[in-house]
Write a protein that binds this ligand. Structure first.
Ligand code: PLP
Length: 275
């Protein structure tokens, strides 16, 4: 697949990254994942807004305007020839000899465009299983930082237990998934954790809020416990790549009737209309 690194078009397999790149050395950077449907990037403005907010939060000057970055993205999508693809965009604090202190060099910006990877058919139709695990991340999960070690460890542990996603618990409350936001539905009402510093403010989460409002389904941004999740009628996760995905089981225990929920399916139907 095609890629971009600091002004050059590359193949995503090219060995282009210097050892002293700070993303590689420190995970000192931020990223975005954007899905393109039929040649159009979904909720691009929201992704760019979050990219700049994440960069600002780590005191990283991107050295480019959002218009300039958009131009690169659109050029890359066109060159890729893909109509349905995932854009990965990363910015780091540049290339400089290893030293914790900020170097005085330009930010390094890289991207790849690859064909979209969709959720497995079987999981899409029957719903996903999740595993509950402690949220061991830092206090600034709203920043889309490259430092994903706690997320990776949780996801791997969930996978080894036969689950698709790890759902994380901080101080007794569910925050989000390792790479998704998490929702329950109870008595026709959607619940999801509030957009504090303890979750990533998901773009698909924003889409769900908008669609719930359009469909007249009440949505509460309120933290809930695992017990409340087990007592819910349904659950689902959202992310750019997993879209809206029903969750039917947590820790081997059914949620609701153990089948994809009506509200999740209705939201997904609406989502497919939107994209
Ligand atoms: N939460 C975490 C920790 C994530 O990594 C992601 C996306 O990968 C999300 C939530 C969902 O965010 P979005 O809908 O913007 O993809």
């Amino acid at each position: 697949a095609i890629g971009y690194l600091n002004g050059k078009i590359i193949s995503s397999n090219d060995p282009v990254l210097p050892i002293d790149e700070r993303g590689h050395q420190f995970g000192d950077g931020v990223y975005e994942v954007i899905r393109v449907y039929n040649g159009r990037a979904f909720m691009m403005a929201e992704h760019m807004d979050r990219f700049f907010k994440s960069a600002e939060a780590i005191k990283l000057n991107l050295g480019k305007s959002s218009g300039e970055i958009l131009e690169i993205v659109h050029d890359l999508i066109e060159r890729s020839g893909f109509r349905d693809c995932d854009v990965y965009m990363q910015a780091t604090r540049g290339i400089a000899p290893r030293n914790h202190l900020f170097p005085n060099v330009p930010a390094s910006i890289s991207m790849t465009v690859k064909p979209s990877k969709y959720v497995d058919e079987e999981i899409r139709s029957n719903g996903a299983k999740v595993k509950l695990l402690p949220d061991e991340r830092w206090q600034n999960c709203w920043i889309k930082s490259l430092n994903l070690l706690p997320n990776i460890l949780a996801k791997q542990e969930a996978f080894e237990a036969g689950a698709l996603e790890a759902v994380l618990i901080r101080e007794g409350y569910i925050t989000e998934g390792s790479s998704s936001n998490f929702f329950i539905v109870k008595n026709g009402e959607i619940w999801t954790a509030p957009a504090t510093n303890h979750i990533l403010h998901g773009i698909t989460r924003i889409a769900v809020k908008e669609m719930a409002s359009e469909l007249g389904i009440p949505l509460r941004e309120q933290a809930f416990t695992p017990d409340e999740m087990f007592a819910a009628d349904e659950a689902f996760i959202t992310s750019t790549t997993q879209e809206i995905l029903p969750v039917v089981e947590a820790d081997g225990q059914k949620i609701g009737d153990g089948k994809p929920g009506k509200v999740a399916l209705k939201l997904y139907e609406r989502f497919l209309e939107k994209i």
